[in-house]
Design a protein around this ligand. Structure first.
Ligand code: ANZ
Ligand code: ZN
Length: 855
């Protein structure tokens, strides 16, 4: 058995580890805990390289932590509700549950071939009634806390998926995160979670997450979008009503020359005069078809129109026109703004275009003019002018003064505004968690009693893919008696956004088979927060923000005692591969149609020159590498090593076959090295207290590897450099073969233990070859012996006039004078200094001696 046969040993050990229960989570143990978590996959049916990278990274961490003496929770599950299952039902007539469970089985089988040390006893599938019963129960926790409510709102409608979307699920261009459809606006009655109640905490607690990438924290900060400013009211001339605005620049209030309402604002019809009615109606119609993105795009000219109405600036009594404009969004702030063209770039352009007055109220500190002519808005701080009693004040200081004044006079107050809106959580689809609410004509919306949970998804459903949710057509299921008064009532037919399912799964893992509770408080408290979370950057806002919100709400309900779910976050880079594209047609070309001819990659058929670059693996670009194929050819250990070695985990990884080959060769070298040692080692290693020079050097190499790898894996998880260290150690062992040396044995064993988190199967096999009966994965991480790192000899470079002429071995503790003496007396020194006059000697301890000579 001297050939490395990955397929055979990998399957053997995977089965053995299951039999031994090596991956089970230790329940009763006084070891410190470590919770290692990968973002769970959507069961699409096929494992792709992105999954593989994600789970391998988490697995290495889990294995490392076990060796380091932690009790580790490393679970896995399935984010199993969602539209693809429903689409499969529509397209192919397969019931969503059947499709989903088939995919789960397939992907689980694929996952198992990677040698992941997952505790499958804690597997969860969000579509299982055992799980969604508790999702419903948690929904009702939110409902009872006043954090789940229904309201009519202009919402994002995805015309392809025929459902609404949360704001987080619409990209910055206004397209659906899932279907890619251009999202439309629709007025609908929907369920919301009041995430805005937690805006301030979600923002502030980002400071409690030093182990998160700054990039992700910044994205969340921007998404929450806190603005500090004022709420000010402008009376409408000839009316009792007032226009409320939100402004971040109360210091500019004397420079207001108009106010603008969002076209949808309820005051719009009230302020519009008969003369302007027609034009206003036409404008409103036009704006209605624009998306929020189009309305606010930087580069687009802002369009507006006079309503004919007049408002009064309460600060100076000035009469100012009321307009409507597309750039004012109804959903942000108060849906109205005060126009200050002199000090806001957008307002400046808008005022010029619409011939509105421009009034300066802030000038630079050194300015002599109080009414300068502006060629662009002056947006900097400065000195107040034309601002009544605030004249002469610094604009930065006037903000508070003006807010205080407004408050005293009764037309305003300080206000903090967030960009974050409430989370729209209802979906008009079947394959999701039913919202456990019944609508009664007399009692209103009533929670389904806990005892009646789960509200199960009915199975006798027809999927047509048209119109409303299939649930809305199931009369039998919809008609129930009211849990409160017993009279006929109707079930809620909306299901929950699947991001709710994934907002608490990490808590369920801590107590996954509990059928009495969502999870036991003690168990959740024991394991939370997640010590290392690993997943894709695409969830920077969505899942990661929702989960933080959930954790805080559950904490406030006494269900768990942590503020944050994920202590450390690693967002792994993408897996990329070469794509070939025809620059003329813009089409991707499959690899089998690419030939290399006349110094270029070309289309096999047309001969056209192709461009090529690395891009994220995807079917449509023909650059996907199937994990099953790589595993079949080289085995899981090689695939793992390649993924870990080729790029730091947070960077993109470029797939290349030569690199895979390289790792395969490395594992083969380790194989031969250890097998050779196993066959030749002396049963009695010599007990020699005095180490030879070779042994000393080898010990140095061993402990350097321990030190470097331990450091590489601490915190930042630099697997790539850790693998390089493994290679160095393997080379050192190869150079220092001595089968009767205790140091050599230490080296071989250390190499295997250090390798075991990365390539768990080969390490296990070779470990057993050495005669060990117990799994290598139950071993301990090697201890660093600092003494081994003390070098007692160094290589001293001898230079003449700065030119290196030779080297000598000297004691590491030699003084400057001794070094000079040793250099002079060495062969090299003698040869070059014989007839020369030494003018100057430069000694760099530990490195070199340089002689400056003259004739
Ligand atoms: C007057 C003013 C003068 C403003 C000035 C800015 C500069 P952030 O930081 O994003 O919160 N605004 C308020 N509500 C709006 C809405 N619904 N649609 C469009 N714009 C709106 O921005 C707050 C500023 O955006 C507010 O401050 C307001 O314009 C505008 F020299 O008020 B400002
Ligand atoms: Zn009732």
């Amino acid at each position: 058995e001297s050939q490395y046969n990955a397929a055979a040993i990998e399957q053997k050990w995977q089965e053995d580890w299951v039999k031994q229960g090596l991956d089970k989570t230790p329940e009763n143990s006084d070891k410190p805990k470590f919770y290692a978590l990968s973002m769970f996959p959507y069961p699409s049916g096929n494992l792709h390289m992105g999954h593989v990278r994600n789970y391998v990274i988490t697995d290495v961490i889990a294995r490392l932590k076990r060796l380091q003496g932690y009790r580790v929770l490393h679970p896995m599950g399935w984010d199993a509700f969602g539209l693809p299952a429903e689409n499969a039902a529509i397209d192919r007539g397969i019931p969503p549950a059947e499709w989903t469970y088939k995919n789960i089985a397939q992907m689980k089988q694929q996952l198992q071939t990677l040698g992941l040390s997952i505790d499958w006893d804690r597997e969860v599938a969000t579509c299982s009634p055992d799980y969604y019963k508790w999702t419903q129960w948690l929904f009702l926790q939110f409902y009872q806390a006043g954090l789940a409510y229904q309201k009519e709102a202009a919402v994002n409608w995805d015309p392809i998926d025929q459902t609404v979307l949360a704001n987080e699920q619409v990209d910055s261009e206004g397209y659906s995160w899932r279907s890619g459809a251009k999202v439309e606006r629709k007025l609908l009655r929907q369920w919301f979670f009041k995430i805005t109640d937690y805006a301030e905490q979600l923002l502030n607690d980002l400071d409690k997450l030093p182990g998160w990438p700054d990039r992700v924290k910044l994205m969340q900060e921007n998404w929450i979008g806190k603005s500090v400013g004022a709420y000010l009211e402008f009376p409408i001339k000839g009316s009792e009503e007032k226009i409320a605005v939100f402004t971040t620049r109360p210091d500019t209030v004397y420079g207001v020359t108009y106010v603008v309402l969002a076209p949808e604002h309820p005051l719009t019809p009230k302020v519009t005069t008969a003369k302007q009615q027609k034009a206003v109606d036409a404008f409103i119609k036009e704006v209605a078809s624009e998306s929020e993105i189009e309305r606010t795009a930087e580069d687009k000219p802002k369009r507006g129109i006079l309503t004919g109405g007049t408002a009064i600036n309460p600060f100076n009594g000035q009469e100012i026109p009321i307009l409507i404009a597309d750039y004012v969004l109804y959903e942000y702030g108060t849906g109205a703004v005060m126009g200050v063209p002199a000090h806001d770039t957008r307002d400046f352009k808008f005022a010029n275009k619409n011939k509105l007055t421009i009034k300066v109220v802030i000038v630079p500190e050194d300015s002599k003019e109080t009414n300068p002519k502006l060629t662009e808005a002056y947006t900097e701080p400065g000195i107040m002018v034309n601002s009544g009693k605030f004249d002469g004040m610094k604009s930065t200081e006037s903000k508070t003064a003006i807010i205080e004044y407004a408050e005293k006079e009764g037309y305003g107050k300080a206000r903090i505004q967030y960009r974050l809106r409430d989370w729209l959580i209802s979906r008009q689809r079947y394959w999701g968690c039913p919202i456990p609410v019944v609508h009664c004509p007399s009692c209103g919306s009533i929670a389904v009693p806990d005892a009646d949970l789960p509200v199960k998804l009915p199975e006798n459903v027809e999927f047509t893919g048209r119109g409303t949710s299939p649930l809305a057509k199931l009369e039998d299921w919809i008609n129930v008696s009211c849990p409160s008064c017993g009279e006929p009532a109707k079930r809620e037919t909306d299901t929950m956004d699947t991001f709710i399912d994934s907002s608490w799964y990490y808590l369920r893992y801590t107590d996954a088979v509990n059928d009495q509770e969502a999870f036991k408080l003690e168990k959740a408290n024991d394991w939370m927060g997640v010590d290392q979370y690993v997943g894709g950057i695409e969830h920077a806002i969505l899942h990661l923000l929702y989960s933080r919100f959930f954790t805080k709400v559950l904490r406030d309900r006494g269900l768990v005692n942590v503020d944050e779910p994920f202590k450390r976050l690693l967002t792994q880079g993408m897996v990329q591969a070469l794509t070939y594209k025809n620059p003329q047609t813009g089409k991707y070309v499959p690899l089998e149609n690419v030939v290399y001819k006349d110094d270029n990659y070309r289309d096999r058929e047309t001969g056209e020159i192709l461009s090529f670059f690395f891009e994220k693996m995807s079917k449509s670009k023909y650059n996907g590498v199937d994990p099953q194929q790589v595993l079949g050819k080289y085995g899981a250990d090689t695939a793992r090593m390649f993924i870990l070695f080729t790029a730091p985990p947070e960077k993109d990884l470029e797939w290349n076959d030569a690199g895979v080959e390289g790792q395969f060769r490395f594992l083969n070298r380790v194989w031969r090295l250890v097998v050779e040692y196993g066959e030749n080692k002396h049963h009695k290693v010599k007990k020699n207290p005095e180490l030879t020079k070779v042994e000393k050097d080898l010990r140095w190499a061993i402990h350097t590897a321990i030190k470097e790898i331990s450091e590489d894996l601490e915190g930042d998880y630099q697997f790539n450099t850790a693998v390089s260290e493994l290679m160095k150690l393997s080379n050192a062992l190869n150079d220092a073969k001595s089968f009767d040396s205790a140091v050599y044995q230490e080296g071989i064993e250390t190499l295997l233990i250090l390798l075991s988190p990365f390539a768990p199967h080969i390490a296990e096999e070779l470990w057993h070859n050495l005669g060990y009966k117990k799994s290598i994965h139950l071993a301990s991480w090697p201890q660093l012996d600092p003494d081994a790192l003390v070098v007692d000899e160094i290589t001293l470079v001898i230079q003449i006039m700065g030119k290196t002429r030779g080297t000598i071995q000297v004691s590491a503790s030699a003084t400057k004078d001794e070094l000079e003496k040793l250099a002079r007396e060495s062969e090299v020194g003698k040869r070059y200094l014989e007839d020369a006059e030494v003018k100057k000697v430069i000694v760099v301890p530990g490195k070199l001696v340089n002689f400056v000579v003259g004739k």
